[in-house]
Each structure stands twice: as structure tokens, then as C-alpha cells.
Design a protein around this ligand. Structure first.
Ligand code: ZN
Length: 116
């Protein structure tokens, strides 16, 4: 679960700012404009390096659930490239591997279902 936490942190980091301002109705109308026109400085692009390129991975195994889990949200969705930092080639490979893993029931299609 440690690797999942790492990705959760990234997710929350992006949304933090917006949630604070959601409360007041006035800020909502100006929000769309201010986002594009006035950068607040906090939004810098973090340099991310593709983990697969670092390890020189050629093909991603759909049975390797431990690595695939790092590229899937806790709701079972494939994480976007801006969060995973994977390059286009490897993100595509990950997406294919996740879909294969789902098909053979190694990964879930959706979040947990509870009976009650
Ligand atoms: Zn790569």
C-alpha cells in the first residue's frame, strides 16, 4: 500500500487549491478567468521521469500486478500521464497491460463493491 499512497499524494496536491475556494459563490465566477490569466506561482511543472525508461523496460507484463497497481487509482481507473510521469510509449503500454489484467480479473474494473 505504500506505493499507492505516493500516487494519492500527487492526486491531492493538484486539487487542494480548488477545494478551498469552492465555498464562496463569488469566487466561482472569477475562477475560470483567473486560472488562465494570472498564474499564482504555485503551479510549476514538476519534472517527471518515466520509471520504465529508467529501468529500460521493453514490454510491460499484464501479470505484474504490483507495478500495474501504481498506475491505477484506488477506484481502479488508469492514472493520467500527468500524474504517473510515464512517457507516451510506456503510458500506452501500461494502459494496454491494465486492460488485459482487468480482462483476466487480475485488476478490478471499478472500485470496491460492498454488500449491505
Ligand atoms: Zn518510458
Amino acid at each position: 500500500m505504500t506505493e499507492n499512497n505516493l500516487i494519492d499524494d500527487l492526486e491531492n496536491d493538484d486539487d487542494l487549491e480548488d477545494d478551498d475556494q469552492e465555498g464562496s459563490p463569488d469566487s466561482r465566477s472569477s475562477r475560470g478567468r483567473s486560472r488562465g490569466a494570472a498564474p499564482r506561482g504555485r503551479r510549476y511543472r514538476r519534472v517527471k521521469i518515466c520509471n520504465f525508461c529508467v529501468d529500460r523496460v521493453e514490454s510491460i507484463d499484464y501479470k505484474d500486478i504490483d507495478t500495474l497497481n501504481r498506475y491505477v487509482s484506488n477506484r481502479g481507473k488508469i492514472l493520467p500521464r500527468r500524474q504517473t510521469g510515464a512517457c507516451a510509449k510506456h503510458q500506452r503500454a501500461v494502459a494496454n497491460a491494465v486492460k488485459r489484467a482487468r480482462h483476466v480479473a487480475l485488476l478490478p474494473f471499478s472500485g470496491k463493491h460492498t454488500l449491505d
